[in-house]
Design a protein around this ligand. Structure first.
Ligand SMILES: NC(=O)c1ccc[n+]([C@@H]2O[C@H](COP(=O)([O-])OP(=O)(O)OC[C@H]3O[C@@H](n4cnc5c(N)ncnc54)[C@H](O)[C@@H]3O)[C@@H](O)[C@H]2O)c1
Length: 381
């Protein structure tokens, strides 16, 4: 494979199958890729202010070269944009541009823009063509693939939306050079997640090569491609999350509880950081339940620490609610079925599984033992 040739990963969903192209410089060739698949199309680009400043002109030029005219809707950056108000703005903008069902909505941005634009594309004129151009690492390895789209409700995150698969995903690895390092690390947690779920060889490769992934070049492309292969496999097996797709939630139960416990305050914890701590906790918890060796938990913690990610609750600035309250966030986030909780646990690196029978009392005891207050007390003894 030459340095400039993008890697292609196919999401095998029958007549809704699509390609993910991964590599540097894809924005400037976006027009040819889209026109080749959707001839004669017009477009609306949905983006946020940060991404527009860095990459909008490159994409527009890349489209114009292939004769694709694009309206542009630029929204504020951040999670609050995944709302009914901005959904309405996007829908109205696409209709005002007089786009038809066979035209295309292009999401140029991170997971927030991808989720919002994908949802809008799914409902305008009962469903328009939709292309993902993910610009954050998290979006390239996770949210742009698999067709989950939507917005937040006042009652919780991601509660309103549709499954809507894109026609194409263009993951330009070069655009990640402008992503703030903290956001890059947060996306890296989701990348490492695929190794921890069922690709132990990939996790070992990341332990060796993570610095090259951060630096860019072929290793970055290869790591993102491997993550996309992993996600594409799961999505092709279980598009609507009735089974295996839940494995992708490794680290998310603890992670979501910590995000809620910090009031979704991105200055304290962003989503990928919550997932990093959550994955470390899932491994520790599995060791405590004698399902896995503590050596595996240590290995995961060591890697997260090496890349500069938070890996324990004590790494979150400010105070956290106590263990009972944290358990409350967990039970609020999930259905408690006959007194038991569903968790993604592990038998070791690359051996995650869905456990449907976890007693809340075990979770509580574990949270108490891992809580920063408890650690502070034991250090001061
Ligand atoms: N649909 C799914 O399957 C799925 C999966 C995981 C997460 N998500 C959703 O994804 C969202 C999080 O995504 P995210 O972490 O990408 O957040 P985000 O979209 O808010 O992007 C993070 C920040 O990086 C900036 N940014 C993005 N690309 C940039 C670039 N190339 N250069 C400079 N700045 C850039 C954005 O403006 C933003 O400030 C959440 O809403 C989450 O619910 C969805």
């Amino acid at each position: 494979m030459s340095q400039t040739e993008p890697v292609k990963v196919e999401v095998g969903l029958g007549d809704r199958a699509y390609d993910i192209l991964i590599g540097p410089g894809l924005l400037s060739g976006a027009g040819a890729e889209i026109a080749g698949r959707l001839p004669g199309t017009r477009a609306a680009i949905i983006t946020d202010e940060n991404v527009a400043a860095a990459h909008l002109e490159t994409l527009r030029f890349g489209l114009e070269k292939s004769g694709i005219q694009a309206a542009v809707i630029t929204l504020p950056a951040g999670e609050k944009t995944k709302s009914f108000a901005y959904l309405e703005e996007v829908v109205d903008g696409v209709l005002a541009a007089k786009l038809e069902r066979r035209d295309v909505v292009i999401a140029l941005g991170g997971g927030v823009i991808g989720d919002l634009a994908g949802f809008a594309a799914g409902i305008v004129r009962r469903g328009m063509n939709f292309v993902q151009v993910p610009t954050s690492l998290l979006a390239q390895v996770d949210s742009s693939v698999g067709g989950k789209t939507g917005i937040n409700s006042a009652r919780g995150k991601n509660l309103v939306g549709v499954f809507n698969q894109p026609k194409l995903v263009l993951a330009d690895t070069g655009v990640l050079d402008t992503l703030p390092i903290r956001e890059f690390r947060a996306g890296y947690a989701e990348l490492a997640k695929y190794g921890l779920i069922d690709r132990p060889g990939f996790f070992a490769w990341l332990e060796e090569n993570w610095q090259k992934v951060f630096a860019g070049g072929q290793e970055r492309t290869e790591a993102i491609a491997e993550a996309c292969r992993a996600k594409a496999d799961v999505v092709a097996r279980d598009e609507f999350e009735t089974g295996d797709r839940a494995l992708l939630n490794l680290g998310h139960t603890f992670g979501h509880a910590l995000e809620a416990a910090t009031n979704y305050d991105g200055t304290r914890l962003v989503h990928g950081e919550g997932v990093a701590i959550g994955m470390a906790l899932a491994h520790r918890f599995s060791a405590r339940l004698n399902l896995a060796s503590p050596d595996d938990a240590e290995r995961v913690e060591a890697h997260l620490r090496a890349v500069g990610l938070p890996w324990r609750m004590a790494d979150i600035s400010g105070d956290l609610p106590d263990a009972e309250a944290l358990l409350g966030f967990i039970t609020q986030d999930k259905k408690v079925s006959r007194g038991a909780l569903t968790f993604i646990l592990t038998r070791g690196v690359g051996q995650a599984f869905i456990a449907k029978d976890v007693p809340p009392s075990e979770v509580l005891a574990f949270l108490k033992a891992s809580h920063p207050e408890r650690l502070k007390m034991s250090h001061s003894r």
